[in-house]
Design a protein around this ligand. Sequence first.
Ligand SMILES: NC(=O)c1ccc[n+]([C@@H]2O[C@H](COP(=O)([O-])OP(=O)(O)OC[C@H]3O[C@@H](n4cnc5c(N)ncnc54)[C@H](O)[C@@H]3O)[C@@H](O)[C@H]2O)c1
Length: 395
Amino acid sequence: MQITPIAMEDASFTYRLGTDCAEDVVARLAALGASSYLVVADTTVAELYGLDLTARIDKEAGPAHLLTHEVGEVHKGLATVAALAEQALGRGADRRAVVVALGGGVTGNIAGLLASLLFRGIRLVHVPTTVVAMLDSVLSLKQAVNASFGKNLIGTFYQPVEVLADTAMLRTLPPREIRSGMGEVVKNALAIRPSMLDRLAGALRPDTRYDDDTLRWIISESLAAKADVTRDDKHERRSGLVLEYGHTAGHAIEHASRGEVAHGAGVAIGMTIAAEVSRRLGHAGADLVALHRELVAAAGVEPAVPDHVDTALVKNWLAYDNKRGYLDNAPGHTPMVLLSAPGRVLHTGVMPLVPVPLALLEEVVDESAARGPARGGTAEPAAAYAGPPAAGHLP
Ligand SMILES: NC(=O)c1ccc[n+]([C@@H]2O[C@H](COP(=O)([O-])OP(=O)(O)OC[C@H]3O[C@@H](n4cnc5c(N)ncnc54)[C@H](O)[C@@H]3O)[C@@H](O)[C@H]2O)c1
């Protein structure tokens, strides 16, 4: 497996990346010499990979237990963490146990929080199985679950001892989830790592048929991009805020669609909106907007607010963006990450944020919606999503 050391301030761990490398994954886990291995997975991933991985660990590394939770964002809550903790303790887990987070970002967050709480902190290994998890969530120390008042409100910062990623696991991932991950890849390229843009433009596939070499390249580049902005900002409150590119409108679209638009697809559309806002403010040219639309379309996401999404709701959610408070409060404005060119982020002082008039942002959202294709053109429905909390509570 290809080894990448990851460092964020005083936190460090190793990221190992390969293809068809289940044996290496088990060998790395065995090297940890755990008293037991608590493999946490959602029910889909448990069936696809969890049963087999747990059996292999049990045979080659030490006692292993598969602990499952229901699929989906709606189950990313404290109740799930508490139930898993009781199961782990019931199976005899002690301080030398290792939590193996096998799954997407939802499982990663649940298992990450579980590892940080059991015995006040036991070792955590991520085995990511989605594109989003492989190149985004496992590289963040943020481990949070949702509250009825909003997303990711209850959590800690906690680091894994290792990440073990096998791109073979992406072969079963539905196209909707692959496109979502590629939205984040386009974000990394546009906002942080323009050097990957040329190759990425040729590599993106709207039909989501990526070969393993391309996937490993995309993941490696994303590791480098994320490392660039979190090396000195492990809490993602300064330079790391660049990772929020596309998220202001993106989150609002995701929430207004009640989860029909996947997170990364929302971010992708949100970036096209941010580019147009930057152009309207005189910071960027039409070429930047065109480049955004081309890349987002190449990733398989229609670069416009889908017309099945209620724009009034989108505009409502814009006012509750989680970057509020990072800049001095300017009435009628919201802080956004904006670019003047690929890789060139606009700053206010040291913060990679610009106050944007809400009225302008709303206008650009309306224009984007008006440009949208026939209804239903962008996103396939999510499996299980209960919808956002009541307006006013979005973090
Ligand atoms: N900590 C962070 O900073 C951070 C960063 C990004 C995302 N996240 C969190 O990650 C979550 C989103 O992650 P996600 O997009 O991976 O969602 P997810 O974990 O819900 O996975 C998406 C879907 O894919 C299925 N799945 C997973 N792996 C599969 C595979 N290999 N084959 C077939 N199906 C598979 C899952 O069962 C699920 O239905 C959100 O909760 C978000 O808040 C956190």
